[in-house]
Design a protein around this ligand. Structure first.
Ligand code: NAD
Length: 499
């Protein structure tokens, strides 16, 4: 191991990870080498699994579901495994944070905060595992009693993106496990390490073999194989709307598996003239720069009341200039590296397009030289028109487009002028205005005078083309169950055929 600045070590040689099926580590496949986006050195080697590996993993998950080694346990026993997993993650917090930084490029302080959220997800799901229940009907007449059972849906395929490798995983896995389902996970190829580490933690916590399986590789081969697999009962997909659409086709062409889709966003932050402008500007700077803007709920469209627009944009641009971009291992860093080369190119292309289409850059717009990695300055565009690409398309980078409005109705209409509906934020001291906007803007998550707040108790999910279904919270467990109605005759049956 070689010593790094900020007291963190980089691997001297990349660490090789196998893949995990039926409680055992496997290897021997072609390897994919991942470079750290912030340091330019190889850090991990992960297996390029084959479609046969997917079949093996699904068969293991199928058997583990059908023989009821997990679904047949009392909820309290499942809760015990989830709580021990939470503790296992707590004990390995620094190790997990280090791999998240090395593969993803996010700041270490942020990675630690995300892992704390992951621990909370396991603890929340443990509570839900104990409390999950159905319903009963005592009002069907004296001769009939009705029950609604909640049953786990079966084998779940889980496909995750590279922007929050461990966080998205942990916003799904404990809730899937709480329901009694078994699963096969495929992480994004560039960020597989922490999904594999979780396999060890779950096994140490007592999760039976075959319940959590991981196959690694590309979306086109391994992801696609999961979406088409006839023995997967539900697919939970988090990623782009384009691939989400292909999951819908694959489900239709195979076994009509249920889909949970958490897709893209182009989220508005609406600022009224009566808001605390300092607070709102701080939130807007955070909302677009957090995770380098590679965040599904990032507030990428600023919709600000015209009477304060110029003043607000000046305050905001000043704040954005002060954001500390740099080596993610520096504990002071707020914004790290762009995770992949292709995402870097996409963001820079959008910045060029915004300029070409006539929007004005108030701050940022340039590549930053922060050492051996890919860094882009947080960027604010003003004078953006609804027809521009930077107004309509998800950039997935630290690029904020500003629009101005004159009335409440115009603010709402601008906010809804998108195919997406993932999240929104509104800033006003006037409760009537704030609530009217909250009710009329179509988004699955809403923040009033705050942004990106909340924990695993409340559900996440999108309206419109941002997705189907909900994750986390009680709804996030119920999503992985199906209801079965049961009717029990309690009196003598009145015969249909005369005796
Ligand atoms: P992506 O759609 O390219 O990839 C996501 C995952 O799908 C990866 O594991 C990838 O390997 C896999 N994949 C790719 N092609 C596939 C195919 N044909 N069949 C099956 N799987 C396939 O998305 P990304 O670039 O990794 O992530 C960014 C996108 O994810 C953004 O649009 C972002 O908004 C979205 N996202 C949404 C949420 C949410 O909660 N709504 C959270 C994070 C990211």
């Amino acid at each position: 191991m070689q010593e790094m600045t900020y007291g963190i070590t980089l691997p001297e040689t990349p660490r090789e990870f196998g893949f995990f099926i039926n409680g055992e580590w496997r290897g021997g496949r072609e390897l994919y080498e991942r470079d750290s986006p912030s340091h330019g050195v190889p850090v991990t080697l992960t297996s390029r699994c084959t479609p046969d590996d997917v079949n093996d993993a699904v068969a293991a998950a199928r058997l583990a579901f059908d023989d009821r080694r997990w679904a047949g346990l009392p909820g309290g026993a499942r809760a015990g495994v989830l709580l021990r997993t939470a503790e296992g993650i707590r004990q390995r917090r620094e190790e997990i944070a280090r791999w998240e930084v090395l593969e993803n490029g996010k700041p270490i302080s942020q990675a630690r905060g995300e892992i704390d959220h992951c621990i909370a997800c396991f603890e929340t799901a443990a509570g839900a595992a104990r409390l999950l229940h159905g319903d009963s009907f005592n009002n069907l007449g004296d001769n009939l009693f009705g029950m609604v059972l909640r049953e786990p849906i079966g084998v779940v395929g889980l496909i995750t993106p590279w922007n929050f490798p461990f966080l998205i995983l942990c916003e799904r896995v404990p809730f899937i496990l709480a329901s009694g389902c078994t699963l096969v996970v495929k992480p994004a190829e560039v960020t597989s390490a922490t999904t594999l580490i979780l396999a060890d933690i779950l096994a140490e916590a007592g999760l039976p073999a075959g319940v959590y399986n991981v196959v690694t590789g590309t979306g086109r081969t391994i992801g696609q194989a999961l979406t088409e697999h006839p023995d997967i009962d539900m697919l939970s997909f988090t990623g782009s709307t384009a691939v989400g659409r292909s999951c819908v086709h694959a489900s239709g062409d195979s076994n009509l598996k249920k889909l949970g889709l958490e897709l893209g966003g182009k989220n508005p932050i609406i600022v009224f003239a009566d808001a605390d402008l300092e607070d709102a500007a701080d939130a807007a700077a955070f909302g677009i720069s957090f995770n380098t803007g590679q965040c599904c709920v990032s507030s990428s469209r600023l919709i600000v009341e015209r009477t304060v627009a110029e003043k607000f944009e000046t305050i905001l641009a000043d704040k954005m200039k002060k954001i500390r971009v740099g080596d993610p291992f520096d504990p002071e860093t707020q914004v790290g590296a762009i995770t992949t080369t292709s995402q870097n190119e996409t963001i820079l292309n959008y910045i060029a397009k915004g300029k070409e289409e006539g929007a004005k850059i108030l701050t940022g717009g340039e590549v930053l030289d922060c050492g051996n990695g890919r860094y882009i300055a947080p960027t604010l565009f003003s004078g953006v028109k609804s027809s521009m690409a930077i107004a309509r398309e998800e950039i997935f980078g630290p690029v904020l487009s500003s629009f101005h409005f004159d009335s409440l109705d115009e603010a709402i209409s601008l906010a809804n002028d998108t195919v997406y509906g993932l999240a929104a934020s509104v800033w006003s001291k006037n409760i009537d205005k704030a609530l009217t906007v909250t009710r009329r803007v179509r988004a699955g998550r809403f923040w009033v005078n705050t942004i990106m707040a909340g924990g695993p108790e409340t559900p996440t999910g999108g309206f419109k083309q941002s997705g189907w279904g909900r994750e986390t919270g009680i709804l996030g467990v119920e999503e992985y169950t199906q209801a079965k109605s049961v009717h029990i005759e309690t009196g003598g049956r009145s015969h249909w055929i005369a005796s």
